[in-house]
Design a protein around this ligand. Structure first.
Ligand SMILES: COC(=O)c1ccc(CCNc2nc3cc4nc(N)[nH]c(=O)c4cc3[nH]2)cc1
Length: 373
């Protein structure tokens, strides 16, 4: 068993739990946030900086690396860890989401998905077996089954057909899984916003005994309360002794609410993507540093943050760099946003240890200014 979940403690105040995910490249303390490194790099960050901000595991993408540079090249390089000089755990998404959100003119059949590359229009095809071949070549510690993430909104009938196919595709992934490099394969629960389809999907997939389970099909534009509702009736159908991974979720409030509902792993492009347009996460809420009011503000981005950016640079300086299109500016905002989320998850783990995660949520949101809107 490549991936092993070690349950440590149940929070007495909420559905959250402390755990450890044991992988060939190290142990992940959960609940955890995974920075996204789509094309084999977490944009503008070096591995050393990622370690300094306590990134325990990073994500990369099958779809993007299949298109460029090609999984065969990564394989010849010795796999993703060697290629990108990252010796901690890596998780690769299967392409199930990207092929539907990025490519053009795609055609879905039982066999797989035919699509045109978003880079050069080349006609390509990914099947469950192909997704496994690519991920086996990339060599991550955790691979994701090839699935369809239905659009939102979608009809009950569409989601039913899609979810049943995703379960058949999961079976094909399990059959094709080579278990090279001792990799673990997680299944992805679908079912849209329909309780019976979510429960059916969870039952189908847990009967196939995967080492971990993701909840997909969320963070696709639905209202947040709907996402939390889906978690409330889906998580109870997942095994207690396996990791639960909520895909594509990364705003501070959703990380706390997801942890309260028993989620162990999260990923999202949000912190790195908004950093590149100068939006930063602070304990008082979002701060758009390009705003003129910060031109002569010589304080740190966040007075309550102890990260490298906040200890050494002022809002005025960072604003200047961004306005001058100086790359160092987005490196500083990216570092800070990632540190903010890894620090938030450390606080969540401490709150679980002290059985007070709901109190932590109220205190965090009061500060973060979410409760008052
Ligand atoms: C500035 O912020 C942004 O640009 C930004 C962009 C996308 C998301 C949401 C990402 N949501 C999301 N990612 C996902 C990835 C997924 N992968 C698979 N295989 N299956 C899924 O079912 C699935 C669902 C997701 N939902 C959030 C924020």
């Amino acid at each position: 068993m490549a991936i092993k979940y070690e349950f440590i403690k149940q929070c007495k105040q909420s559905g959250a739990r402390l755990g450890r995910v044991h992988t060939p490249h190290g142990i992940i303390e959960t609940p955890t946030f995974m920075p996204v490194g789509t094309q084999a790099t977490v944009k503008t960050m070096s591995p050393e900086e990622l370690k300094a901000l306590d990134a325990q595991i990073i994500l990369s993408n099958t779809y993007h690396l299949f298109l460029r540079p090609g999984h065969e090249i990564v394989k010849k390089a010795g796999g993703l860890h060697t290629f990108m000089n990252w010796d901690r755990p890596i998780l690769t998404d299967s392409g199930g989401f990207q092929v539907f959100s990025l490519s053009e003119r795609r055609k879905i059949t039982e066999e797989g998905v035919e699509f045109r590359s978003h880079l050069n229009g080349e006609k390509l095809f990914i099947s469950p077996e192909k997704a496994m071949e690519i991920q086996n070549a990339l060599g991550p510690d955790i691979m994701m089954a090839f699935d369809e993430c239905p659009p939102y909104p979608a009809t009950y009938e569409y989601v039913k057909q899609s979810t049943e196919r995703t379960s058949r595709w999961a079976e094909r992934c399990l059959a094709a899984h080579q278990r090279k490099h001792d990799q673990g394969l997680f299944a992805i629960v679908q079912g849209g916003m329909f309780e019976d389809l979510r429960v059916q999907s969870a039952k189908d997939l847990t009967s196939m005994d995967f080492p971990g389970y993701a909840i997909g099909g969320l963070s696709v534009g639905e209202p947040k309360h709907l996402m939390y509702e889906v978690l409330d009736y889906t998580v109870p159908h997942l095994p207690f002794d396996k990791p639960r991974y909520l895909m594509g979720v990364g705003s501070p409030d959703a990380l706390v609410e997801g942890s309260i509902r028993g989620i162990d792993m999260f990923d999202c492009v949000l912190p790195t993507r908004i950093a590149r347009n100068g939006t930063t996460m602070t304990s008082q809420g979002r701060l758009v540093i390009r705003n003129a009011k910060f031109a002569e503000d010589f304080g740190p981005l966040d007075p309550n943050c102890d990260c490298y950016t906040c200890k050494n640079y002022s809002r005025a300086y960072i604003r200047h760099l961004l306005k001058a299109d100086e790359t160092f500016g987005i490196r500083l905002t990216t570092y800070h946003n990632l540190h903010f989320l890894t620090r938030l998850m450390k606080n969540v783990r401490e709150a679980i240890m002290n059985d007070c995660l709901l109190d932590y949520r109220d205190q965090f949101f009061a500060q973060y200014g979410l409760l008052d809107n």
